[in-house]
Design a protein around this ligand. Structure first.
Ligand SMILES: [Zn+2]
Length: 191
């Protein structure tokens, strides 16, 4: 199941991973989605799972149409249930980051409690504002393309990683995967 070397501690508590695997309907050989509650000490840059690139391409497609090239999709039960793109200038709202827009669209259509089983894909690592919102919403997994460090070479960033924000929230457990299609996401800044 895992390529992490058969660490028994890692193997336990992977029920969520298996659930996601079944939802995705794909073999999970090579997957290393972290087990919630065990993630804190693990590196942020974890291997992606099957389906991550598919959903990330959707987030990047949103970014390609955004005011600033950032986009996000929220996935539940293997389906995209909300999408957002940065609308910071077109809506006169500097908080309209892709992740925020996606979350607002989700809760406009569904009970907020349903966010708890979701994965959010975003073309750029969530900023502290968005990561705070993600934690308050109980989103279980975040997958990002370009890191804050990489984004800072293109556009101003608050230099606090999503992992640092998550680690400061003892009430929340979240898995974070970074670096999925980061080159494609960064390329949008040169268009
Ligand atoms: Zn943000």
């Amino acid at each position: 199941m895992s390529k992490q070397g058969g660490d028994p501690n890692h193997e336990r508590g992977n029920d969520r991973r298996q659930t996601l695997a079944s939802l995705l309907g794909a073999g999970l050989a090579g997957a290393t989605l972290s087990a919630p509650g065990r993630a804190r000490a693990e590196a942020t840059r974890m291997a992606s799972i099957p389906g991550d690139e598919l959903f990330m391409r959707m987030a990047i497609a949103e970014a390609a149409q955004a005011d600033f090239p950032f986009g996000a999709v929220i996935v539940r039960d293997g389906n995209v249930v909300a999408a957002g793109r940065n609308q910071g200038t077109s809506t006169n709202d500097p908080t309209a980051h892709g992740e925020m827009v996606a979350i607002r669209r989700f809760v406009a259509a569904r009970p907020a409690g349903e966010l708890k089983g979701t994965t959010l894909y975003t073309s750029g690592e969530p900023c502290p504002m968005c990561m705070g919102a993600i934690l308050w919403c109980g989103i279980r997994r975040v997958v990002f393309a370009a890191s804050i460090e990489e984004l800072a070479t293109k556009i101003g960033q608050i230099m606090l990683t999503s992992r640092a924000v998550a680690d400061a929230a003892p009430f929340a457990t979240i898995s974070i995967t970074g670096g999925v299609l980061s080159a494609e996401a960064l390329a949008l800044f040169s268009k």
